[in-house]
Design a protein around this ligand. Structure first.
Ligand code: FNR
Length: 350
């Protein structure tokens, strides 16, 4: 309905210019040190970043994670960033399709296939909306935009900070089981900045889930976004919890250890550059995911600015592989690395 769309535009405004990445939060990627190789014995063009995802082949292991849809402004964001992903062979996700499930007139703002005919495309819906829609309803959302897969987002932290948000989180695994039976390896389960830890990941994989985006702490905080929209006690509790979550570096390393190599893992949440992308790939991610940096670049300067930002990321990622003497992500993973400080403490507990 109208309120869903209005809330979405308020979210976009806050994410475009607001303080939605609390400075005290950290991915803990600063505690990951890749080791310099002074004699790489390779050329930049020897780096092969191609990666399978959702039955397609990406040119680089990057996913523009789901952000938006439902309004004209959101439609421009989706089309600019989907076109960018198409040009550079990345994967792209639209944001929550709740608005189009409530009002089909909003579907056009999620339609990107005319500008991104071959991109690996993910639809998106919240776990608790999926309960209401059922398997068939979720499949209709995926098919309506010609997506290759469906992202199911988890956001308990955000909901609890949102005055109108959900308060009952029962029955989630049952829906995941139904969806994973119906969608197989077309289903991806993601958090939204508070992180998926090894226990939840293991249980998801036991239910058949084959793609997980840990989306950890250290980047966009949806608790903070809702805190900035809330008033009174809700805002105070939001402030208290805006650093809540599993830091992205701790989430990806511990989840990879918990689930084994056949599960496709995305690491998002505060990943901001090519070197940080290389770090999450070294820790076990198959893809690095990013939302806010590309969104902000697009808001500031449209597609050209987003493309400039992406080029910096891709150049940095290739440079990280060359400087560790790695021709591929598989080789990068085999290189030694140093983990220090708080990340070591997290990994000792997880
Ligand atoms: C998001 N995110 C998000 N996730 C999701 O599954 N459905 C959604 O509709 C949205 N909406 C959304 C809007 C905007 C403007 C942003 C910045 C983010 C969450 C996103 O996919 C990602 O999980 C987190 O933002 C963490 O990544 P970054 O932003 O730190 O790179």
């Amino acid at each position: 309905d109208e309120t869903t769309a209005r809330r979405k535009d308020a979210h976009l405004d806050l994410c475009a210019t607001g303080d939605v990445e609390p400075a005290q939060n950290s991915t803990l990627l600063e505690h990951v040190h890749l080791i310099h190789c002074a004699m790489p014995e390779m050329a930049v063009e020897d780096v092969d970043l191609s990666t399978p995802f959702l039955g397609k082949r990406l040119q680089a292991p990057l996913l523009v994670t789901g952000m938006t849809g439902g309004t004209d402004r959101a439609g421009v964001v989706n089309r600019d960033l989907a076109l960018l992903a198409e040009r550079h062979g990345l994967a792209f996700g639209v944001g929550s399709q709740r608005a189009m499930s409530e009002d089909s007139a909003r579907a056009a703002s999620y339609a990107v296939r005319d500008v991104a005919p071959t991109v690996a495309l993910l639809g998106n819906i919240g776990l608790y909306q999926a309960i209401g829609l059922g398997v068939d309803g979720v499949r209709r959302l995926m098919d309506a935009i010609g997506a290759d897969g469906m992202a199911l987002h988890l956001n308990a932290g955000q909901e609890l900070t949102q005055p109108e948000g959900d308060r009952d989180f029962r029955g989630g695994y049952r829906v995941v089981e139904e969806l994973s039976r119906a969608f197989g390896d077309r289903l991806l389960v993601k958090e939204t900045g508070c992180g998926i830890g090894p226990d939840v990941a293991r249980r998801l994989v036991e239910l058949g889930v084959r793609n997980v985006d840990v989306s950890g702490l250290g980047g966009t905080s949806w608790v903070r976004v809702e805190q900035l929209r809330a008033a009174g006690p809700q805002a105070q509790v939001g402030a208290e919890f805006s650093g809540w979550g599993i830091p992205t570096a701790a989430a990806i390393a511990s989840v990879r250890k918990a689930v084994g190599p056949e599960v496709r893992l995305v690491a998002s949440g505060g990943v901001r550059g090519g070197l940080e992308s290389a770090k999450v790939l070294a820790l076990g991610a198959d893809l690095a995911g990013m939302a806010l940096p590309l969104f902000r670049a697009q808001q500031q300067g449209g597609l050209p600015a987003a493309e400039e930002a992406l080029k910096v990321i891709l150049t940095g990622l290739r440079q990280a592989l060359v400087l560790t003497g790695s021709r591929s992500v598989a080789q990068l993973r085999q290189r030694p690395r140093v983990l220090t400080g708080a990340l070591k403490d997290w990994l000792a507990a997880l």
